[in-house]
Design a protein around this ligand. Structure first.
Ligand SMILES: C[S@@+](CC[C@H](N)C(=O)[O-])C[C@H]1O[C@@H](n2cnc3c(N)ncnc32)[C@H](O)[C@@H]1O
Length: 368
C-alpha cells in the first residue's frame, strides 16, 4: 500500500468524487495533518511584523479540523493554542488536495470561505498585518509556479547566485516534469558540522509540488526526513549500495550527482544508477570543472574524468556510425541526448534506436 502522501499526490488531478472518497477512507484527521504540514512547508517567510493568528479549517462533510497558526516576520510559522484569531480560512479537504497536488496553478474560483477579523472593528490596526499574514498562508495553499532561483536563495543552495549558475538550465530541462508525480534522487545532501544541510532537497520538494525527493549521503541526515523528502545513507563509490537504493525506491525520473565530484565516483554512480532512471528521465552531473582538478582525480584531456565520460557518451550516441561490428553497450543504446553547459551536463535516457546512415547509400554516394 502506497504511503498516505503518495495517495494524496495521485489524487491531485482526480475527479471530485474520487478525492472525497479517498479523504473518507484515510480519515480527515490524518489528511488534514498532512495537508497543513505541506502548506507550512510551502509558505514563504511571513512579512507581518505584528503577530497574527489564523485559523486554518479543513472540512469533510460535517467534520472539521482546525489548526491555529501564528505568523510573524523572522519566526517560523507555528501552531498556537490562541482562541483569538484574526482570520479564519476554511477549505474542504478535497479542494486543498486539488490545490496542493493538482496541476500547477490550478484552483477553482470560490473554493474557500473566510472570516476577516471576526472579533470586530476594535482590531482595525490589525487589518494590514492580517492581510500580509493571510497572503503568506495562501501562498502555501497552492501549486503556482515558483521561481527556482528564489527557492535556491530561500533554502541556501549554492546552485544559484553564488558558486554556480545552474538554475536557468534546471528550469529549462525540468519544466516538463513540474506537474508530474516525479521521483527525484540527488547524491549529496550537504551541510557542515552542526547543520544537517538539505538545501537542494527542500528546493526540489518545493519545485516539484507532486514529487518525492530522495537524498543520498555518506552521513546520516535523517533529521531532515519529512513527507515527500527521504534521506538515505550510502557511499556513491559502492555500486551495490546505489543498486539497492534503485531497487527499493526507483525508478527515478531525475537523478542528480552533486556528491563527491571525484571522477571515479561519478562514473561508478552513473553506471550503477542508469538502469534505475526511467526512459525519458534525466541524469544530471554537476560541477564538471572538477574534471580538470587533480585533487578530484581530474586532468585536462583525460578520458577517465566526468568530462571524459560525457565525450564517450557522445561517441556512444553514434555507435552505429563507428564502423565496428561489436555489440553496443547498454549505455550506448540508452542515452539519447546530451546537453552540456559550463560545469553541468544533462543526459537524457531513452531508446537510441535510430538507424545509421545506410551502407548502400554510402556506397552509392562513394561511387560518384
Ligand atoms: C556539495 S555537497 C551537496 C550539496 C547539496 N546537493 C545542495 O545543493 O544543497 C556534497 C555532499 O556529498 C556528500 N558526499 C561526499 N562523498 C560522498 C560519497 N562517496 N557518497 C555519498 N555522498 C558523498 C558529502 O557528505 C556532502 O554532503
Amino acid at each position: 500500500m502506497a504511503e498516505l502522501i503518495e495517495r494524496l499526490i495521485a489524487a491531485g488531478p482526480a475527479p471530485d468524487d474520487a478525492v472525497a472518497a479517498l479523504v473518507a477512507e484515510l480519515g480527515l484527521d490524518k489528511v488534514a495533518e498532512t495537508l497543513v504540514g505541506e502548506i507550512l512547508f510551502r509558505c514563504p517567510p511571513s512579512e507581518n511584523t505584528v503577530p497574527v493568528a489564523i485559523a486554518l479549517d479543513v472540512t469533510h462533510g460535517a467534520q472539521r479540523c482546525r489548526t491555529v497558526l501564528r505568523l510573524a516576520r523572522d519566526e517560523p510559522i507555528r501552531e498556537t493554542g490562541s482562541p483569538d484569531v484574526q482570520m479564519v480560512l476554511e477549505f474542504t479537504a478535497a479542494d486543498l488536495v486539488r490545490r496542493l497536488f493538482g496541476p500547477t496553478g490550478h484552483r477553482r474560483a470560490g473554493d474557500f470561505r473566510n472570516a476577516f477579523l471576526p472579533s470586530g472593528v476594535s482590531q482595525l490596526d490589525l487589518m494590514r498585518p492580517t492581510s500580509l499574514a493571510t497572503n503568506t498562508l495562501l501562498a502555501g495553499c497552492g501549486s503556482h509556479a515558483v521561481d527556482l532561483g528564489s527557492l535556491a536563495a530561500r533554502y541556501g543552495s549554492d546552485k544559484w547566485a553564488s558558486l554556480h549558475w545552474y538554475v536557468p538550465h534546471y528550469e529549462r530541462h525540468f519544466a516538463r516534469f513540474r506537474d508530474q508525480a516525479v521521483r527525484v534522487l540527488e547524491i549529496g545532501i550537504g551541510g557542515e558540522d552542526h547543520e544537517p544541510g538539505g538545501a537542494s532537497l527542500k528546493m526540489w520538494k518545493r519545485y516539484f509540488h507532486r514529487g518525492l525527493v530522495f537524498g543520498v549521503d555518506l552521513f546520516d541526515k535523517s533529521v531532515l526526513d519529512q513527507p515527500r523528502l527521504t534521506t538515505l545513507v550510502a557511499d556513491q563509490r559502492v555500486a551495490g549500495e546505489l543498486t539497492a537504493i534503485g531497487e527499493r525506491y526507483g525508478p527515478f525520473d531525475v537523478i542528480i550527482d552533486d556528491g563527491s565530484h571525484v571522477a571515479e565516483d561519478i562514473r561508478t554512480s552513473f553506471h550503477a544508477l542508469l538502469p534505475f532512471l526511467r526512459d525519458d528521465g534525466i541524469y544530471v552531473i554537476e560541477d564538471l570543472q572538477t574534471s580538470y582538478l587533480p585533487e578530484f582525480g581530474g586532468a585536462t584531456g583525460e578520458p577517465h574524468t566526468a568530462v571524459g565520460l560525457v565525450q564517450q557518451l557522445v561517441d556512444g550516441l553514434h555507435f552505429r556510425e563507428h564502423g565496428e561490428t561489436v555489440a553496443p553497450q547498454p549505455v550506448q543504446e540508452s542515452i539519447t541526448g546530451l546537453h552540456v553547459y559550463h560545469n553541468l551536463v544533462f543526459l537524457e535516457k531513452g531508446t537510441n534506436g535510430e538507424e545509421g546512415f545506410p551502407a548502400w547509400l554510402r556506397e552509392l554516394l562513394g561511387d560518384r
